[in-house]
Design a protein around this ligand. Structure first.
Ligand code: NDP
Ligand code: MG
Length: 385
């Protein structure tokens, strides 16, 4: 039996993880959960899975929970010290990092220092702090297994190989999002509801907007560079509208290996949660006799954002923190209907500044650069809105 600590349990990834646990109760136990403030969803999870611990980030929500909680058997926690204790609890076997955005960095950092197995969904923590997190995980012997579908696909394509020495290219696929085949010029006045309406995946709001802008693929390029320790030059970003092939690894001898499945996050999650044998889940099979797969180039009018991501890969340090924070502020303002869709790019381009980079790499310096970048990005928003 493996004890799981699910960070970000009330979100979209959290829901998929819970579904995989539910189908594999003899092997997986939900030991603890964390969330920000969605206490209704948390109560349902507690009633169904009876975890021993709940960590609530938002203090007011915690007080509310304590005052109204009829669920006496669960231990509730709050504050950085208690989060650290929970992550390091001797009974936790697997930590799932599924908080959305930069808010997940603290937990991913603590997980990376714990020496435990980490299943990583929170790509923003790697984009913003990859140069800190990866060495830390290595030092503490924490194994990081990606559950982002593309990275999990690459991980599966690399399994059985001796590292990445024989890799010639890695092709990361992108669905193209809800505005596939549309020119950026025509996207000025798209509605928030259209941008959130992803054709293939059901996801949280932030990543849905990242998918619509294709910034998600750029974050994933940086995530892949760190997770697989490969130069950005190895990676191609290619649009694959069906979201069936989740990524492709081409070896020096000419063989290309890919992973296929219907777009369902429970599949990479089940893979990452499996031990010696694969876990069994109910899934929607691919009808191979009736399968159409197509590919197209990354849209040329969005290449500027890919160039930024490649620069982040090459320079590293705190540049990813800047890129990530600029994007998060842009997405937040789009979701609050303060800026138009096309202005998300403008906020990123105008905020991205590589001249002010400090070499100090620590959780404190990342938090500081994140905060300063948010202030800069908000100024750009104000000048636009
Ligand atoms: P959601 O918005 O659906 O869920 C986010 C989760 O994080 C919730 O549990 C939320 O709690 C919690 N949370 C938010 N802010 C904080 C905070 N300040 N402190 C602690 N917890 C917080 O996001 P997704 O599940 O869609 O995405 C999670 C991560 O996984 C992201 O990094 C995303 O890029 C990545 N990912 C997601 C995929 C998907 O299919 N959804 C696919 C691949 C990667 P509460 O509910 O209380 O607000
Ligand atoms: Mg992905």
């Amino acid at each position: 039996m493996k004890n799981i600590l699910l960070l970000g349990a009330t979100g979209s990834i959290g829901k998929s993880v819970l579904s995989v646990i539910n189908e594999n109760k003899s092997e997986l136990n939900l030991f603890g959960i964390s969330l920000n403030n969605n206490i209704n969803e948390a109560t349902k999870i507690i009633n169904e899975f009876e975890p021993s611990f709940i960590y609530i980030e938002d203090t007011a929500t915690l007080e509310d929970f304590i005052n109204h909680n009829q669920l006496k058997d669960i231990i509730h926690l709050n504050g950085d010290g208690e989060l650290k204790d929970l992550i390091n609890h001797q009974d936790v076997d697997i930590i799932i990092s599924a908080i959305s955005g930069f808010a997940g960095l603290k937990a991913t950092y603590l997980a990376a220092s714990s020496g435990k197995k980490i299943l990583l969904a929170n790509k923003e923590s790697i984009v913003a702090g990859g140069d800190l997190i990866l060495p830390l995980a290595k030092e503490s012997n924490s194994e990081i297994i990606p559950i982002d579908s593309e990275h999990n696909a690459i991980f599966q394509c690399l399994s059985g190989e001796k590292g990445v020495d024989d890799v010639k290219r890695v092709t990361i696929t992108a669905s193209g999002g809800p505005f596939i085949n549309k020119k950026l010029l025509d996207l000025k006045n798209v509605k928030k509801s259209d941008a959130l309406n992803h054709p293939n995946w059901e996801m949280g709001n932030k990543i849905s907007i990242d998918s619509a802008t294709l910034v998600n693929k750029c974050l994933e390029l940086i995530e892949a560079k760190y997770l697989f320790d490969l130069d950005e030059k190895y990676f191609d970003l290619v649009v694959h509208p069906q979201s069936i092939i989740h990524s492709i690894v081409t070896y020096v001898d000419g063989s290309s290996i890919c992973q296929l499945s219907k777009p369902d996050m429970r599949i990479p999650i089940a893979h990452a949660l499996s031990n010696e044998n694969r876990l069994s889940i109910n899934f929607d099979s691919i009808d191979f006799t009736n399968l159409e797969l197509s590919f197209q180039e990354f849209p040329s009018d969005r290449m500027g954002i890919q160039d930024i991501a490649r620069e982040v890969c090459n320079i590293g340090g705190l540049l990813g923190t800047i890129f990530n924070a600029a994007n998060e502020i842009a997405v937040e303002n789009f979701l609050n209907e303060q800026i138009n869709f096309d202005e998300i790019y403008e906020v990123i381009y105008r905020t991205f500044d590589k001249n002010n980079m400090s070499n100090d790499l620590s959780l404190e310096s990342i938090n500081e650069v994140d905060m300063l970048t948010r202030i800069e990005a908000q100024k750009v928003v104000k000048s636009i809105a």
